[in-house]
Design a binder for this molecule. Structure first.
Ligand SMILES: [Zn+2]
Ligand SMILES: [Zn+2]
Length: 168
Protein backbone atom coordinates (compact mmCIF):
# COMPACT_ATOMS: atom_id res chain seq x y z
CA UNK A 1 0.00 0.00 0.00
CA UNK A 2 1.56 3.28 -1.09
CA UNK A 3 0.96 6.64 0.45
CA UNK A 4 -1.88 8.70 -0.81
CA UNK A 5 -0.59 11.46 -3.02
CA UNK A 6 -3.02 14.26 -2.29
CA UNK A 7 -1.57 16.39 -5.02
CA UNK A 8 -2.34 13.89 -7.73
CA UNK A 9 -5.74 13.22 -6.17
CA UNK A 10 -6.52 16.93 -6.39
CA UNK A 11 -5.42 16.95 -10.04
CA UNK A 12 -7.75 14.06 -10.86
CA UNK A 13 -10.65 15.73 -9.03
CA UNK A 14 -10.19 18.94 -11.00
CA UNK A 15 -9.92 17.10 -14.32
CA UNK A 16 -13.03 15.06 -13.53
CA UNK A 17 -15.20 18.07 -12.68
CA UNK A 18 -13.88 19.85 -15.75
CA UNK A 19 -14.83 16.90 -17.96
CA UNK A 20 -18.34 16.81 -16.52
CA UNK A 21 -18.70 20.50 -17.27
CA UNK A 22 -17.42 20.01 -20.83
CA UNK A 23 -19.73 17.07 -21.51
CA UNK A 24 -22.74 19.08 -20.34
CA UNK A 25 -21.84 21.76 -22.79
CA UNK A 26 -21.44 19.23 -25.61
CA UNK A 27 -24.97 17.98 -24.93
CA UNK A 28 -26.26 21.56 -24.86
CA UNK A 29 -24.71 22.31 -28.24
CA UNK A 30 -26.07 19.11 -29.74
CA UNK A 31 -29.53 20.04 -28.47
CA UNK A 32 -29.22 23.53 -29.97
CA UNK A 33 -28.29 22.04 -33.35
CA UNK A 34 -31.10 19.45 -33.21
CA UNK A 35 -33.68 22.07 -32.22
CA UNK A 36 -32.68 24.09 -35.29
CA UNK A 37 -33.22 21.06 -37.49
CA UNK A 38 -29.57 20.16 -38.03
CA UNK A 39 -28.62 16.51 -38.15
CA UNK A 40 -26.13 15.54 -35.47
CA UNK A 41 -24.10 12.69 -36.91
CA UNK A 42 -21.40 10.85 -34.90
CA UNK A 43 -18.83 12.89 -36.86
CA UNK A 44 -20.42 16.17 -35.78
CA UNK A 45 -20.50 14.98 -32.20
CA UNK A 46 -16.74 14.33 -32.31
CA UNK A 47 -16.16 17.78 -33.83
CA UNK A 48 -18.24 19.43 -31.09
CA UNK A 49 -16.37 17.45 -28.43
CA UNK A 50 -13.11 18.84 -29.82
CA UNK A 51 -14.42 22.39 -29.95
CA UNK A 52 -15.88 22.58 -26.47
CA UNK A 53 -13.30 23.84 -24.02
CA UNK A 54 -10.75 24.53 -26.76
CA UNK A 55 -9.11 27.79 -25.71
CA UNK A 56 -6.69 27.88 -28.64
CA UNK A 57 -9.01 29.78 -31.01
CA UNK A 58 -8.39 27.22 -33.75
CA UNK A 59 -8.71 27.59 -37.51
CA UNK A 60 -10.85 25.13 -39.51
CA UNK A 61 -7.61 23.44 -40.61
CA UNK A 62 -6.45 23.01 -37.01
CA UNK A 63 -9.82 21.57 -35.99
CA UNK A 64 -9.60 19.23 -38.99
CA UNK A 65 -6.14 17.98 -38.03
CA UNK A 66 -7.21 17.34 -34.43
CA UNK A 67 -10.48 15.59 -35.29
CA UNK A 68 -8.78 13.56 -38.04
CA UNK A 69 -6.34 12.11 -35.51
CA UNK A 70 -9.24 10.29 -33.81
CA UNK A 71 -11.59 10.05 -36.80
CA UNK A 72 -9.52 9.65 -40.00
CA UNK A 73 -12.57 9.53 -42.27
CA UNK A 74 -13.76 13.04 -41.38
CA UNK A 75 -13.68 15.56 -44.22
CA UNK A 76 -12.75 19.23 -44.23
CA UNK A 77 -16.22 19.96 -45.62
CA UNK A 78 -17.89 18.40 -42.57
CA UNK A 79 -15.67 20.45 -40.26
CA UNK A 80 -16.35 23.59 -42.26
CA UNK A 81 -20.12 23.04 -42.31
CA UNK A 82 -20.30 22.29 -38.57
CA UNK A 83 -18.23 25.38 -37.76
CA UNK A 84 -20.43 27.50 -40.05
CA UNK A 85 -23.65 26.22 -38.45
CA UNK A 86 -22.37 26.79 -34.91
CA UNK A 87 -21.23 30.27 -35.89
CA UNK A 88 -24.64 31.06 -37.39
CA UNK A 89 -26.26 29.94 -34.14
CA UNK A 90 -23.96 32.21 -32.14
CA UNK A 91 -22.22 29.29 -30.44
CA UNK A 92 -18.87 30.12 -32.04
CA UNK A 93 -17.41 33.52 -32.80
CA UNK A 94 -15.57 34.12 -36.02
CA UNK A 95 -12.51 36.22 -35.33
CA UNK A 96 -11.07 38.90 -37.53
CA UNK A 97 -7.84 37.73 -39.14
CA UNK A 98 -5.28 37.89 -36.41
CA UNK A 99 -2.77 35.64 -38.14
CA UNK A 100 -1.85 34.46 -41.62
CA UNK A 101 -3.16 30.99 -40.86
CA UNK A 102 -6.76 32.02 -41.60
CA UNK A 103 -9.97 32.74 -39.73
CA UNK A 104 -9.92 31.57 -36.17
CA UNK A 105 -12.90 30.56 -34.11
CA UNK A 106 -13.54 31.42 -30.51
CA UNK A 107 -15.39 28.81 -28.48
CA UNK A 108 -16.08 31.27 -25.68
CA UNK A 109 -18.98 33.48 -26.71
CA UNK A 110 -18.91 35.50 -23.47
CA UNK A 111 -17.50 39.03 -23.91
CA UNK A 112 -13.74 39.07 -23.54
CA UNK A 113 -10.58 40.53 -25.01
CA UNK A 114 -7.42 39.00 -26.41
CA UNK A 115 -3.68 39.11 -25.96
CA UNK A 116 -1.86 37.88 -29.06
CA UNK A 117 1.76 36.81 -29.41
CA UNK A 118 3.21 38.62 -32.42
CA UNK A 119 5.68 35.78 -33.02
CA UNK A 120 3.71 32.52 -32.73
CA UNK A 121 0.18 34.00 -32.81
CA UNK A 122 -0.86 32.23 -29.63
CA UNK A 123 -3.98 33.89 -28.22
CA UNK A 124 -4.84 34.40 -24.61
CA UNK A 125 -8.35 35.29 -23.43
CA UNK A 126 -8.43 38.41 -21.28
CA UNK A 127 -11.37 38.87 -18.95
CA UNK A 128 -11.00 42.43 -17.86
CA UNK A 129 -13.80 44.94 -17.58
CA UNK A 130 -12.64 48.17 -19.18
CA UNK A 131 -15.91 49.87 -18.33
CA UNK A 132 -17.84 51.80 -20.89
CA UNK A 133 -15.82 51.97 -24.08
CA UNK A 134 -17.89 54.24 -26.29
CA UNK A 135 -17.53 56.09 -29.56
CA UNK A 136 -18.95 59.45 -30.40
CA UNK A 137 -21.72 59.48 -33.03
CA UNK A 138 -19.45 61.42 -35.41
CA UNK A 139 -16.85 58.67 -35.15
CA UNK A 140 -19.13 55.78 -36.10
CA UNK A 141 -20.23 57.15 -39.50
CA UNK A 142 -23.75 55.84 -39.04
CA UNK A 143 -22.70 52.34 -37.96
CA UNK A 144 -24.67 50.71 -35.22
CA UNK A 145 -22.04 49.45 -32.76
CA UNK A 146 -22.91 46.02 -31.35
CA UNK A 147 -19.79 45.09 -29.44
CA UNK A 148 -16.22 46.09 -28.75
CA UNK A 149 -13.18 43.92 -28.32
CA UNK A 150 -9.66 44.93 -27.47
CA UNK A 151 -6.61 43.10 -28.84
CA UNK A 152 -3.31 43.43 -27.03
CA UNK A 153 -0.12 42.40 -28.82
CA UNK A 154 2.93 41.04 -27.10
CA UNK A 155 5.51 38.26 -26.98
CA UNK A 156 4.54 35.13 -25.08
CA UNK A 157 6.87 33.62 -22.44
CA UNK A 158 7.82 30.74 -24.75
CA UNK A 159 8.86 33.08 -27.56
CA UNK A 160 10.64 35.33 -25.08
CA UNK A 161 12.81 32.48 -23.87
CA UNK A 162 13.44 31.32 -27.44
CA UNK A 163 14.82 34.71 -28.38
CA UNK A 164 16.80 35.47 -25.22
CA UNK A 165 20.22 36.72 -26.37
CA UNK A 166 23.08 34.44 -25.31
CA UNK A 167 24.80 35.54 -22.10
CA UNK A 168 28.25 36.91 -22.80
ZN1 LIG B 1 4.73 33.22 -28.87
ZN1 LIG C 1 -11.17 34.35 -26.99
Amino acid sequence: MGQIDYNSYKQVAITKSKIIHIMKHVETLIKVLRDKGYKVTPQRRVIIEHLVGDKSHPTVEEIYQRVRSVMPEVSRTTIYNTVRELTALGELTEMANLSESGTRYDTDTAPHHHLVCIRCHTLLDIYHDFGGITLLPEETAGYQVVKSQITFYGICPRCQSATQPAQV
